[in-house]
Design a protein around this ligand. Structure first.
Ligand code: NAD
Length: 314
């Protein structure tokens, strides 16, 4: 059994800008939800590594700071007002990005968040909006870039998921479901790219950004707090342990976009872990790890059919 990787809460040498250098020079990167928080940090990290960046958020003005910071790093940066849940808006915005900056090499799907309501206290519509926020937005953006990436045999798609996609959590049905589906989608897409001999050229990841102080720490709705005071108190305590800097996930994105973590291609990675150690474990060392799975009593295989299963009654 290998030793577990060290955990970090800020940028460490393997992912530092000095280590990555200009590895993404002149690549075109799209980052969704780039006006603040983790998305803003991701855009800046990609710009530091030389990429031209297209910033997508609900309104262009909100991204002025991100755009200026990226431009000050000497790269081209453009901000677009785009609701990434709106198909027409996505189609036209990605067309403009290609016109303005060139074909997209890197897509980081960062938009998402939790509704923080138990199913008993939210409508179907609220639940579904939460699900779309964490799944539809990413899928829509993937559809905008995938055909071009396949044609050019080049690309990297990073999806900001969450630990919540790997664990059950109360008040997070749509969040956990959306993030879990996103993690699964990454593994499915990777398999399809493998079948077409494209998986080495187009690499895809799902990330937990780390427990990061940002809007995710917003207070609960008053009615939920009143109905579940103990749960809400537990969350508040848990939230105090959120220590990761947005730059840690952001630099991990720059590292992966540079193709330095391809052994994690198609997998889920938690940015709190030391990526150099994890990548160093190699394909064999990571076999069956960093992915969603179900395990059964007695090690019964999840092999998709009874025919090859052990202990079958005949
Ligand atoms: N902060 C954490 O600890 C944490 C943990 C796990 C996962 N995450 C995930 O990381 C991602 C970023 O989190 P954050 O805390 O930085 O979020 P945030 O709420 O601070 O920022 C999200 C950005 O996305 C934009 N946005 C929201 N909906 C949009 C839409 N429909 N179209 C375009 N832009 C839209 C917002 O305007 C905002 O600028 C999310 O997917 C979140 O679920 C965060």
């Amino acid at each position: 059994m290998s030793r577990p990787p060290q955990l970090h809460t800020s940028v460490y040498p393997a992912i530092a800008p000095e280590t990555i250098g200009q590895a993404n020079k002149d690549k075109v990167a799209v980052v969704t939800g780039a006006a603040r928080g983790i998305g803003q940090a991701i855009a800046v990290a990609l710009a530091k590594s030389g990429a031209k960046v297209a910033l997508l958020d609900l309104d262009e003005a909100r991204q002025a700071d991100t755009r200026q910071t990226c431009e000050a790093l000497g790269v081209e940066a453009r901000a677009y007002a785009c609701n990434v849940l709106d198909e027409e808006a996505c189609v036209s915005t990605f067309a403009r990005v290609e016109q303005d900056l060139g074909p997209v090499d890197i897509l980081v799907n960062n938009v998402g968040g939790g509704t923080r309501r138990p199913m008993a206290m939210e409508t179907f519509r609220q639940f579904w909006e939460g699900l779309e926020w964490n799944l539809k937005a990413a899928v829509l953006c993937i559809y905008q870039v995938l055909p071009g990436m396949r044609k050019r045999r080049r690309g990297c798609i990073i999806n900001i998921a969450s630990r919540a996609g790997t664990l059950p959590m109360p008040f997070s049905g749509s969040y956990c479901t959306g993030k879990g589906a996103l993690i699964r989608l990454v593994s499915c897409l990777h398999k399809e790219l493998q079948l077409d001999g494209l998986s080495d050229d187009i690499h895809v990841y799902a990330l937990h950004p780390g427990a990061t102080l940002s809007q995710e720490g917003l207070p609960f709705h008053a009615d939920v707090e009143e109905a579940y005071p103990q749960e809400v108190e537990k969350w508040a305590k848990f939230h105090k342990t959120f220590k990761c800097l947005p730059a840690q996930c952001a630099q991990t994105c720059a590292f992966l976009a540079a193709g330095r973590g391809k052994v994690l291609n198609g997998k889920y990675f938690d940015c709190e872990q030391d990526i150099a150690t994890v990548v160093g474990a190699g394909e064999e060392g990571l076999e069956g790890l960093y992915e969603l799975k179900v395990e059964f009593l007695g090690g019964l295989p999840n092999d998709g059919g009874t025919a090859s299963a052990v202990n079958i009654e005949t």
